[in-house]
Ligand binder design. Structure first.
Ligand code: C2E
Ligand code: MG
Ligand code: MG
Ligand code: MG
Length: 279
């Protein structure tokens, strides 16, 4: 305002409003980090053959004091832009490991659950990421084999040379790596050769069309076979009905997640699902 009316006049009112909203959201996000306004949801990942739970994907939520629950796609980009994804992501990783270790301790005798954590490219730019992963495992007591780090294709396509080294350090701990949203990037195959990947997560868009688009079904089955040939696990994302499940299970897709099985759940809801209270 101090620069005079002319300066402001170049903004369309709508543009100015969205710019102000952006600044407001950024201030709110900084405060949210200090006040711990984030929560995790956990979505079960199931073995398609038996429908038993094999692991959980941790998904962050922002519980905004006035606006209520804000989904990750509405604040992760801003968190990445401002670098706030670093403290947020550290909290997500530590909290996910802590909860998984707690559930596994109560499930003695059963196969331990895995926990999958999404990492953003900004977190991979940090030289101390492998040490952070190591500390999250040590502090929670979660065995490294129970942790899966999810990365998107774009992260692997535009990677810097240090990225590969960092991922190899993380792998050396015994942690597994998954490619998220597989099939949506523009160069899906070259990096499968260059990166130490263990798991392919087939993007929901393929699963959505599997029943009514022969091309989607063929591509999905092709991805599953590619995974098998490379000895990678395959996880189908966004399974919403029994038809999709039977197509995927019939194609020998190992694992899946989606509203058909369960939505992302609070830790308390998972306590009840994993350890049903006896009447
Ligand atoms: P993603 O990692 O691909 O996670 C799967 C998303 O699909 C989740 O959305 C989940 O709630 C949703 N989903 C699962 N099953 C179904 C289904 O059957 N139908 C439909 N319509 N949706 C389903 P969510 O929780 O909103 O997360 C969106 C994205 O935000 C994630 O996609 C991930 O890329 C990012 N994200 C979430 N948590 C974190 C985090 O802690 N760190 C980072 N860096 N990114 C995160
Ligand atoms: Mg994911
Ligand atoms: Mg995904
Ligand atoms: Mg996605």
């Amino acid at each position: 305002k101090k620069q005079g009316k002319d300066q402001v006049a170049v903004f369309e009112p709508a543009m100015r409003e969205s710019f102000q909203k952006h600044l407001e959201l950024e201030a709110d996000l900084r405060r949210a980090v200090l006040r711990h306004e984030f929560e995790l949801r956990f979505q079960p990942i199931v073995r398609l053959r038996t429908e038993e739970i094999s692991g959980l994907e941790a998904l962050v939520r922002w519980q905004h004091p006035e606006r209520g629950m804000i989904p990750p796609l509405e604040f992760i980009p801003l968190a990445e832009e401002t670098g706030l994804i670093v403290p947020i992501g550290e909290w997500v990783l530590r909290e996910a490991c802590r909860q998984a270790a707690r559930w596994n301790a109560q499930r003695d005798g059963q196969t331990p659950l895995t926990v999958s954590v999404n990492l953003s490219a900004v977190q991979l730019e940090r030289a101390d990421l492998p040490q952070l992963v190591e500390a999250a495992l040590a502090d929670s007591g979660l065995p490294a084999k129970c942790l899966i780090i999810e990365l998107t294709e774009s992260l692997l396509v535009d990677h810097r040379p240090e990225t590969l080294r960092r991922l190899e350090e993380i792998k050396a701990l015994g942690v597994r790596l998954a490619i998220d949203d597989f099939g949506t990037g523009y160069s899906s195959l070259a990096y499968l050769r260059n990166f130490p990947v263990d798991i392919i997560k087939i993007d929901k868009s393929f699963v959505d069309d599997i029943g009514d688009m022969p091309a989607a079904a063929a591509l999905t089955l092709g991805i599953i076979q590619l995974g098998q040939a490379l000895q990678l696990s395959t996880v189908a994302e966004g399974i919403e009905d029994a038809g999709q499940l039977s197509e995927l299970a019939g194609g020998n897709c190992e694992l899946g997640q989606g509203y058909y099985f369960a939505e992302p759940l609070t830790a308390a809801a998972l306590d009840n699902l994993l350890f049903p209270p006896r009447e």
